[in-house]
Structures are given as structure tokens and as C-alpha cells.
Write a protein that binds this ligand. Structure first.
Ligand SMILES: [Zn+2]
Length: 254
């Protein structure tokens, strides 16, 4: 075997990884209904909340006019969620988590705006420099704590998602969603990866939908419907999360 000529490059390499991703997606879809009661339901309720966010982002019920900043936040969260679902079905779990972390930033920002409407006006008119200084994820959490609110996405969850999925470091191990901590370099179905990604997506998504419905001042019936769907998603969030999975693995190894 000639090691150099047998390795696909260019378009051939892309076709190979796309094929691996599609196989992983088919396997994931077949496995999900067998991953307990909560996970299949979580995926379905994620679909419903995404549908509602799609309507919130596109003025489906009413166009309020103005700068559409809240609608754009809903649209960004929706697109991140669409990609996060796609990536978890491709076996790209770390990358899916990075997008859920981004939705979490929007969730906390919306929480701040809900608690303090003047913060929304302050943010709306802010320069890029002021946004970086006064509305960074850290500052938003501190501002919420200053209002006696626990941030929807806690510092612990945000830090774990950051170290696991966003920032590379000497302890980075790609796609290691298994008890042995084994990395995988290509799309491979890992049940724990599916569960953690689903639960970590559902966590900020239900917050964005619920608070978006409030910030958009939708009519009472529509608002209550969205709040109910967000609550239904929230109660289906399972125990396999970024904050619990390492301790769970440790109990299996002890
Ligand atoms: Zn509009």
C-alpha cells in the first residue's frame, strides 16, 4: 500500500467526511428513540420551541416596527440552535456545545433586559467598545447578581462549556463523550454526547423563548402559549449535563 496515494485529499476528502457525518446522523436518529423517555421528548420539544422562535424572529404575530433588536436576538438563537442540532447528529458534540454556549449568552442578556428595561436601551445604543466592557458575559452575570437574580446560565455552566467546547488548552481532548475519556477524530455516535448536547441546548433555548416572548410584548394568549412550551421543554431536560457528566463518569470509574 502506498500510504501517500491512498489517502484522499481535496474533494475526495470532503466527500469522505460528509459520508461519515451522514452515517452518524442516520445512526443517531435510529438510536435517539431508545435513549430513555426524556431525550426523545426533549428533541421534539426543542423542535416546537425552535418553531416558535422562528415566528418570534420574523414578526409572524405582529411587526412592532423599530430596530428589531430583540427579534434579531431570537433569530440568532434560532440559527445557533438549528446548527447545534445538526452538529450533534453529525457526532460533532464539542462544536454543538459551543453553539449552546452562545445561546446561553443571549439567554442571560435577555434575562438582564427583562429585569431592567433601561439596560435594553443602554445596550441598543452602545458602541462596540461599550458592549465589550459593560455587556460581556461576565458583566451581564454580575449585573444580574446586582439585581438579586441568579443568572439563567450560571458561571459554573458557562466555564465548563468554555473549557470543553470553546477555548483550546493543554487539557483539550476532542469529542471525548464517554466514560473512558477517549477522543474521536471523526464522526462516531456517542450516546452521552447526544444526551449532553440535547440537554445543554434545551437549557438556554427555553429561557430565550420565554424571555423573548416577554420582551417582544406579544399578546397575552401567544405569550402564555410560548411560556407553556418553554416550560414543557424545561421539565424534559435530563440529568446528563455538562455540570453533572464528569461526576457521573467518576462514579462509574470508582
Ligand atoms: Zn417586524
Amino acid at each position: 500500500m502506498n500510504r501517500e496515494t491512498d489517502v484522499p485529499e481535496g474533494r475526495d476528502f470532503l466527500e469522505l467526511v460528509w459520508h461519515q457525518e451522514e452515517e452518524c446522523q442516520t445512526e443517531t436518529d435510529a438510536l435517539l428513540p431508545n435513549l430513555g423517555k426524556k431525550a426523545p421528548a426533549t428533541m421534539i420539544h426543542i423542535g416546537t420551541v425552535m418553531s416558535l422562535l422562528d415566528r418570534m424572529a420574523s414578526c409572524w404575530w405582529v411587526c412592532r416596527g423599530g430596530d428589531h433588536r430583540v427579534e434579531y436576538l431570537c433569530g440568532r438563537a434560532l440559527n445557533d440552535a438549528r446548527a447545534a442540532v445538526r452538529l450533534l447528529r453529525f457526532g460533532l458534540y464539542d462544536e454543538s456545545l459551543a453553539l449552546s454556549r452562545a445561546i446561553g449568552e443571549t439567554a442571560n442578556l435577555m434575562q438582564l433586559f427583562t429585569m431592567d428595561r433601561s439596560a435594553l436601551d443602554e445596550w441598543r445604543d452602545a458602541t462596540d467598545q461599550k458592549v465589550r466592557r459593560d455587556f460581556s458575559p461576565y458583566r451581564v452575570r454580575r449585573r444580574l447578581e446586582g439585581l438579586s437574580q441568579s443568572p439563567a446560565i450560571t458561571q459554573e455552566r458557562y466555564a465548563l462549556l468554555s473549557s470543553r467546547a470553546t477555548h483550546v488548552g493543554p487539557h483539550t481532548v476532542p469529542q471525548s463523550h464517554n466514560v473512558l475519556g477517549i477522543p474521536f477524530s471523526h464522526s462516531r455516535v456517542q450516546a452521552e454526547g447526544i444526551l449532553v448536547c440535547l440537554n445543554e441546548l434545551a437549557t438556554p433555548l427555553c429561557v430565550v423563548a420565554a424571555l423573548g416572548a416577554i420582551l417582544l410584548d406579544l399578546d397575552k394568549d401567544t405569550r402564555l402559549r410560548i411560556l407553556n412550551c418553554a416550560r414543557t421543554l424545561a421539565v424534559h431536560i435530563g440529568g446528563a449535563t455538562i455540570t453533572e457528566i464528569d461526576a457521573f463518569h467518576q462514579t462509574l470509574r470508582d
